[in-house]
Design a protein around this ligand. Structure first.
Ligand code: ADP
Length: 265
């Protein structure tokens, strides 16, 4: 679980995180942001100092999932003050940075390569992250641009590929894995999200999108399989209402698969 690396240096500033972990997917809508935020929250609950950077500039959903809003300020030392998730006095206040804090969510943002590159580097290097054990990065789906920018900016401990069990999603996950490999970001493993639906009424599990596809694909690609996260309506509702953190703090059943995934990382 510990991936010690020298402190990452971005330009003149040092991002003081022991391990930087990117969470990516081949396509959108597979639950990448939910998984990224949940892994960050789980690591935090286990006692680590964790930051979360939303690099999904096309659809920044992290602020919404965590119920965070506000505009990051600029500190005296000209650094960007991240927004803090400070919802529990027993937990480390989690610094979060997202394009969602800077642009109107309803605005369409068109990013050209150099702008994207610049904003990712600024988020990494100019944000006052403080001293962290882990920085989790929620990647935009698919595109290789951000992976390339990240790989050039900092040494990453690794990446996690999120997919659903459907064949099309798995093919996209193969592309995501190839993208990480191409830019020399080690892949820590694959997570199967929406891996069956446990009916709260009858207790039966329905494999809506099939099941086990990610495990088989991981084997085929010679990657670790980190675990599956079932379709959980409580998770969806908590995400929509910005209560992901309190759900995972309070609900053992919702937390169990995430604990297993996080421990496998
Ligand atoms: P992505 O980042 O891949 O676009 P999101 O994390 O934004 O996907 O998730 C898309 C939608 O699916 C959200 O409404 C989220 O609440 C829901 N969702 C994701 N994972 C699950 C899950 N395991 N159970 C129920 N709903 C989920």
């Amino acid at each position: 679980q510990d991936h010690p690396r020298p402190p990452a240096r971005v330009g003149q500033t040092a991002l003081r995180a022991k391990s930087v972990i990117a969470v990516g997917s081949g396509k959108g809508g597979v639950g990448k942001s939910t998984v990224a935020a949940s892994i960050a929250l789980t690591l935090r609950r286990l006692g680590s100092k964790v930051g979360l950077m939303d690099a999904d500039v096309y659809g920044p959903s992290i602020p919404h999932l965590l119920g965070l809003q506000g505009r990051p300020g600029i500190s005296e030392s000209k650094r960007i003050d991240p927004i803090l998730l400070d919802d529990d006095p027993n937990l480390f206040p989690m610094p979060v940075m997202s394009m969602g804090f800077l642009v109107d969510p309803s605005e369409a943002v068109i990013w050209r390569g150099p702008m994207l590159h610049g904003s990712i580097n600024q988020f990494l290097g100019m944000t006052d992250w403080g001293e962290l054990d882990y920085l989790l990065i929620d990647m935009p789906p698919g595109t290789g641009d951000v992976a390339l920018t990240l790989s050039q900016a900092i040494p990453l401990a690794g990446s996690v590929v999120v997919c659903t069990p459907q064949e099309v999603a798995l093919l996209d996950a193969v592309k995501a894995a190839a993208m990480f490999r191409k830019v020399n970001i080690p892949i820590l493993g694959m997570v199967e999200n929406m891996s069956g639906f446990l009916c709260p009424d009858c207790g039966k599990t329905y494999d809506i999108f099939g099941k086990g596809g990610a495990r088989a694909k991981a084997e085929e690609l010679d990657l670790p399989y980190l675990g599956g996260l079932p379709i959980d309506m409580k998770l969806r509702v908590a995400g929509d209402e910005g209560r992901l953190s309190s759900l995972l703090n309070q609900d053992d059943a919702a937390r169990a698969p995430l604990d297993a995934i996080t421990q496998a990382i």
